[in-house]
Ligand binder design. Structure first.
Ligand SMILES: [Zn+2]
Length: 434
């Protein structure tokens, strides 16, 4: 009864969000052809808007956007790189915006420099509505409880009464998960038991650590749980297994970023569906890598057109048994700065390193770091030091698999630092990509 009342209050408080959600739910009843037609129109619309209202695109696109009945040939438009967004923040801003409604957001800077971008209330509501649509794929319905384990400190600062009231009626709780200890993991597991949420949401690494704790201590989890939404970080198979075992429900991996939210989400059949009513995604093969290029179809404040987001992935043909009309894609397992390189030009993907420690027990966290071509450092957080023989075998395996004279340094550390936005990275290469 109280939950129903709260949901009604929430709906009144966030009218725009629920109106957008209705529209988004309608879109998923369209056929694929209808969706792709809509996407083409939206794409032409956003390009026209950007050229008409921003200095950056007007100058850059010039004659490339000639009048064409079929819309612009997007594949001829230049790619927008992150450093261009950083250097041309003002020129990318549309002159149609209401300056009073303008806020600044930041990406975590996992690829080096943090990137600042502008957004408005509408983008915020659209993002939340888009997330609600994804949540509904698990069986969750608006008004049902969600417990978030949030890794980004920047999102949890301040708040104020209005925000807290908003959280209360939204049936949503947020636990700051940017740093944690063993007793804290225990408290969080208990928080799930007492709050009895329908959904859990959080960073893959945090959810996986919490899941290990739940499994290790055989903690019973509430049967209200219908799904776990993993976000912000690459989700590895091992993490997925742990989470699904601990919480006895399906993991849905979301693909989105702060600057472009809601790009794709996994369905119950494990396929990623692209939200073609929000984004236009291309995959371009460069340097032996399938790089994703993303255009936001909804951001009229600071248009992101053909943006090199730094993730890898491919588009996938065919239909999914889940029946969703949204086309599918495959996510790559890495970002370009997660790739380890050697002096002979080999490139080793993070998946190799993630499986290297498979089967070893007693490791709480780890991170491979490459700061020189000839050297890899493995930092391990382990309550009990690993046997020297195990350390030597890790070193020898890396040398055998990667490069004979690669120097492997293994350190036992107290803590492995997260990025500014709280993400855990398993592999970091500080060597610039060529
Ligand atoms: Zn599907």
């Amino acid at each position: 009864m109280i939950d129903k009342l709260k949901h009604r209050l929430h709906k009144n408080c966030y009218k725009a969000r629920f109106e957008i959600l209705e529209q988004l739910l309608h879109n998923q009843t369209l056929t694929r052809t209808q969706l792709l037609d809509k996407q083409r129109r939206d794409l032409a619309g956003i390009v026209a808007h950007a050229v008409a209202h921003t200095d950056y695109y007007r100058t850059k696109y010039g004659d490339l956007v000639a009048d064409n009945a079929n819309g612009p040939d997007v594949s001829r438009l230049p790619i927008l790189r992150k450093d261009e967004v950083i250097n041309h923040k003002e020129a990318l801003l549309a002159n149609t915006i209401d300056r009073n409604d303008l806020r600044t957001g930041y990406t975590g800077g996992s690829t080096g420099k943090p990137l600042a971008f502008y957004y408005d209330r509408h983008k915020m509501e659209l993002m939340r509505a888009g997330m609600c649509r994804s949540y509904m794929w698990s069986g969750w319905r608006p008004g049902q409880k969600i417990l978030n384990f949030w890794g980004a400190k920047q999102d949890l600062k301040g708040g104020g009464l209005r925000k807290r009231y908003g959280d209360f009626i939204a049936a949503e709780k947020i636990i700051g998960a940017y740093e944690y200890t063993e007793p804290q993991l225990n408290d969080w597991a208990k928080a799930i038991t007492s709050y009895r949420p329908v959904l859990l949401q959080g960073y893959a690494s945090v959810l996986a650590e919490l899941a290990s704790h739940v499994i290790e201590h055989k903690m019973p989890m509430p049967n209200t749980l219908q799904g776990v939404f993993s976000t912000a970080e690459v989700l590895y198979d091992r993490q997925r297994e742990l989470i699904e075992t601990a919480f006895a429900c399906k993991v849905f991996n979301q693909y989105g970023s702060r600057e472009i939210p809601n790009m794709a989400c996994e369905c119950r059949h494990g396929n990623y569906h692209i939200f073609t009513d929000m984004v236009y995604i291309e995959s371009i093969n460069a340097h032996d890598e399938d790089r994703l290029i993303v255009t936001s179809l909804t951001n009229r404040v600071m248009p992101f057109i053909r943006y090199a987001i730094g993730d890898s992935g491919k588009l996938k043909e065919g239909d999914c048994p889940c029946g969703s009309p949204f086309p599918m894609m495959e996510m790559g397992l890495c970002r370009s700065n997660d790739i380890i390189r050697t002096k002979t030009g080999k490139r080793i993907y993070p998946a190799y390193f993630i499986h290297l420690l498979d089967g070893l027990t007693g490791i709480r966290q780890y991170q491979f770091v490459q700061s020189e071509l000839e050297k890899i450092t493995l930092n391990i957080k382990a309550p009990i030091p690993l046997e020297p023989a195990i350390l030597r075998s890790i070193e020898r395996r890396i040398q055998k698999d990667i490069e004979q004279d690669m120097i492997v340094e293994i350190n036992r550390v107290d803590e492995i630092k997260r990025t500014a936005s709280g993400k855990h990275r398993f592999v970091i290469s500080d060597i610039a990509a060529s």
